[in-house]
Design a protein around this ligand. Structure first.
Ligand code: AHG
Ligand code: MN
Ligand code: MN
Ligand code: MN
Length: 369
């Protein structure tokens, strides 16, 4: 009856987070509520990504099969019939997009708007940092909560038009004093994050999350509109056979990176060479690294001395997850989570993945130091 139990005793992401949060006495459900709004944003993007190619225009979730009454908002562009939104969520999505108007919005701009509005309306955030917004968003006092969310609403945007996996990345900090929030509250080291995760929009929609007690993966069941626990307690293999880097930048790499990649291709100890896998969406490359092991690197190079990936909403969340899964993450100079950012869109080189693989890279940088 194990299978039956599984089918009827659904471990949804909300139930899972509630279970985890019930362990700390002072929890008041705020993080659970915040995460449920992030989940809504992910479901919207999943729906839009799945149909973006077909619908051409990103319209609104159709109301044919979830709303009896006439919708408040008359979508002007072709409708996406959605099967993953709960009725109450449709209204939120409609209201958040009712200024959608005529013009077609690029998916990353649209995704950003949905996440900003879902996070603000959650009443649990007081400052937001998004890759798509030059300045941080300070939530008006009436709706202010105690969390800061740093997010990349659509990661891997260069892969949208060819249908290759893309994603959303987020990291959550607790704010010290929500009455007078300043940018200092956001510029905290990654080790202060209370939760982090990503959602990958691929052959299936998978949300990977940690609230500080390990890493769990949830897969969206479109017929239920719920993320169901499918990858409990993910642990990354201690060592891997895959390296993931954009070899096109090899001309500009520094010595330790060049040496490491050389060792992957021409091992001296008689072991077999590693495989190269590079998708070009950080979420997809990190997800494969987390499940299969190996190492993902976006090193500094002569052109970009701080590498390309952004500290607050790419490097920190992925490093947090890697450490929680038994791996590690290094900037070339220090543990990634110890970095203290000085600007909200600051970049950093990153080497993350299997513990032993990253140790090897740390050794090569130590030799050079
Ligand atoms: P974004 O689409 O959010 O700007 O992020 C793209 C990033 C990341 O997803 C990926 O790892 C990296 O860009 C790929 O960069 P290259 O194309 O330079 O390899
Ligand atoms: Mn990105
Ligand atoms: Mn992005
Ligand atoms: Mn971008």
């Amino acid at each position: 009856h194990e299978a039956d139990a599984y089918r009827t005793d659904l471990m949804t992401i909300t139930r899972h987070v509630l279970n985890e949060q019930s362990r700390n006495p002072e929890a008041r459900g705020d993080l659970t509520i915040l995460l449920s709004h992030i989940v809504l944003g992910c479901k919207f993007v999943a729906s839009a990504v799945n149909k973006a190619g077909l619908a051409k225009l990103i319209g609104l979730a159709g109301e044919t099969n979830v709303q009896a009454s006439a919708p408040a908002y008359q979508p002007s562009s072709p409708r996406l019939t959605s099967v993953i939104f709960l009725p109450c969520e449709i209204e939120m999505v409609k209201h958040s997009l009712c200024d959608q108007g005529e013009e077609q919005k690029k998916l990353d701009v649209l995704s950003n708007e949905v996440f900003v509005k879902a996070l603000v309306s959650s009443g649990r955030t007081c400052v937001l940092v998004s890759e798509e917004d030059e300045e941080a968003t300070f939530v008006e006092p009436a709706l202010r909560g105690k969390y800061c969310v740093c997010f990349d609403p659509l990661d891997g945007s260069s892969n949208i038009d060819c249908g290759v996996s893309i994603g959303t990345i987020f990291g959550i900090y607790m704010i010290k004093d929500k009455e007078n929030v300043t940018l200092e509250d956001v510029l905290q080291p990654g080790k202060n994050m209370v939760a982090a995760g990503y959602c990958m929009y691929g052959s299936s929609c998978t949300l990977v999350l940690s609230t500080g007690n390990g890493v769990n993966g949830f897969t969206l069941d479109p017929s239920l509109g719920e993320f169901i626990l499918t990858h409990p307690d993910i642990k990354i293999p201690k060592k891997g056979k895959i390296y993931s880097v954009n070899e096109g930048n090899a001309k500009n790499w520094d010595e330790p990176t060049a040496k490491f990649v050389e060792k992957c291709k021409f091992p001296k100890d008689g072991s077999s060479p590693k495989s190269l896998r590079y998708i070009g969406s950080m979420v997809a490359d990190v997800h494969r690294t987390l499940l299969y092991g190996g190492v993902f690197l976006y090193p500094a190079d002569k052109k970009s001395p701080n590498g390309k990936l952004r500290v607050l909403y790419e490097v920190f969340p992925m490093s947090f997850l890697m450490e929680q899964a038994g791996g590690q993450s290094f900037t070339g100079k220090q543990r990634a989570l110890d970095l203290v950012p000085t600007k909200i869109h600051e970049r950093s080189p990153i080497f993350l993945g299997s513990y032993e693989d990253v140790e090897e890279i740390k050794g090569l940088y130590a030799e050079q130091a």
